[in-house]
Design a protein around this ligand. Structure first.
Ligand code: PLP
Length: 415
């Protein structure tokens, strides 16, 4: 033993050392990926499982984007390391797309390209939060937010809004959750998991509240193009321009261009924050795969025809699934205005019994639905309180009808 590692009187008593750090041991598995993996494994084993778990479009990536990637594979420039913060041409394309789609004027230097929106979430929290800092988190929330905030040392304060208010929180609720440790408001509209879309007036009111209280806003706009019934996804720094210096916009190509597997996302923020995150990413992952970045350039500089087609299909399925779910005794399903999720309350079923098993929570119900109807759904516990199920309707129309029919038939047995 060397002198520098010898125990001293101040060394804590040696106990059994944990094999995995407390930080990592405290992370829950992504429930949405877990449900999807379970459904796929059952399918591979020959079971006729229908999956409503996946948060990804069921369409292929448009051909022009794939062709750009194929061409990029043959260019040796793409076989090398490139700047950690993203290819300059992609950062320019993201700045131009941001102007085009939401009206937010930003420079390419304010853009950082990440390995999917997920990495942008984690890096943003890492850049903003010190231990004990609080994130005000409208709930139900996307399952990654609290885990990423916790990993960065932060603490989430949940603000729940149920179906009675369209799953949209009010300024009064946010104010009641604010403490001297509040640093960030996480905002996501259209929302995963509820499909809620805040009106421009609501976005403005919430943005002004954040501004008045010196909060940062992290606003996740990844479902911006998936809105229905004339709803508009308003961008918070456009509605409240004074917020720009304390606002981070998260986005990516995954949902708009059916590119979940390509892993390209980004954040847009004030230059000092973007510089800090670029330094972090330079040690974490370096540049996003160049072929994927080139595909993203093709996506963002092309038209929005593919997402318009997907939107038409999603809209049709949305009406269908919501109508079918809402017809079930004990289930209440509001019509979502965005994304591709239906988020029914199943509170009316809690306390009943299904095939001999008491339904004590939505987690139990999701297990029963998988076991007896061979339908995979994600329980509300993955996104906050129990009492809800998330159905992604990004699957073929026939499968959707077959899957929900099975759920209807099974739940009719609950007594
Ligand atoms: N933000 C929200 C609200 C999401 O639902 C997702 C994916 O499910 C993401 C961000 C990240 O997507 P990706 O990492 O695939 O770009």
């Amino acid at each position: 033993m060397t002198a520098s590692s010898a125990p001293t009187s101040t060394t804590p008593a040696a106990g059994p050392r944990a094999r995995v750090s407390a930080r990592v041991a405290g992370i829950a598995e992504s429930a949405t990926l877990a449900v999807d993996a379970k459904a796929k494994a059952l399918k591979a084993a020959g079971r006729p499982v229908i999956g409503f778990g996946a948060g990804e479009p069921d369409f292929p990536t448009p051909a022009a984007i794939v062709e750009a990637a194929v061409a990029a594979c043959t260019d040796p420039a793409n076989h090398r390391y490139t700047p950690a913060g993203g290819l300059p041409v992609l950062r320019e394309a993201i700045a131009a797309k941001t102007r085009r789609d939401s009206g937010y004027e930003v420079a390419a230097s304010q853009v950082l390209v990440t390995n999917g929106g997920k990495q942008a979430v984690y890096e943003t929290f890492a850049a903003l939060l010190d231990p004990g800092d609080e994130v005000v988190l409208p709930t139900p929330y996307w399952t990654t937010y609290p885990e990423a905030a916790r990993l960065a040392g932060g603490r989430c304060v949940e603000v729940f809004a149920g179906p009675e208010t369209g799953y949209r929180v009010s300024v009064e609720q946010l104010e009641a959750a604010r403490t001297p440790r509040s640093k960030v408001l996480l905002f996501n509209s259209p929302s995963n998991p509820t499909g809620a879309v805040y009106s421009p007036e609501e976005v403005r009111a919430i943005g002004r509240w954040a501004l008045e209280n010196d909060l940062w806003v992290v606003t996740d706009e990844i479902y911006e193009h998936l809105v229905y019934d004339g709803a508009r996804a308003a961008s918070m720094p456009v509605e409240v321009p004074e917020l720009a210096d304390r606002c981070v916009v998260l986005n990516g190509v995954a949902k708009t261009y059916a590119m979940t597997g390509w892993r390209v996302g980004w954040l847009v923020g004030p230059p000092d924050l973007v510089k800090g995150v670029a330094n972090l990413q330079s040690h974490l992952t370096s540049n996003v795969a160049n072929v994927s970045q080139r595909a993203a350039v093709a996506a963002l500089t092309g038209d929005l025809e593919a997402v318009a087609e997907m939107r038409t299909a999603f809209d049709r399925r949305r009406r269908r699934i919501v109508g079918m779910l809402d017809a079930v005794d004990g289930v209440s399903c509001p019509l979502p205005e965005g994304a591709f999720y239906a988020y029914p309350s199943v509170e009316g079923l809690i306390g009943r019994t299904l095939r001999g098993t008491p339904i004590t929570s939505s987690a139990v119900l999701a297990e029963l639905v998988l076991a007896h109807a061979e339908v995979a759904v994600v329980p509300g516990e993955a996104f906050g309180p129990s009492g809800f199920l998330r159905f992604s309707y990004a699957l073929a129309d026939d499968d959707l009808v077959e899957g929900v029919t099975r759920v209807q038939q099974l739940l009719a047995e609950a007594v």
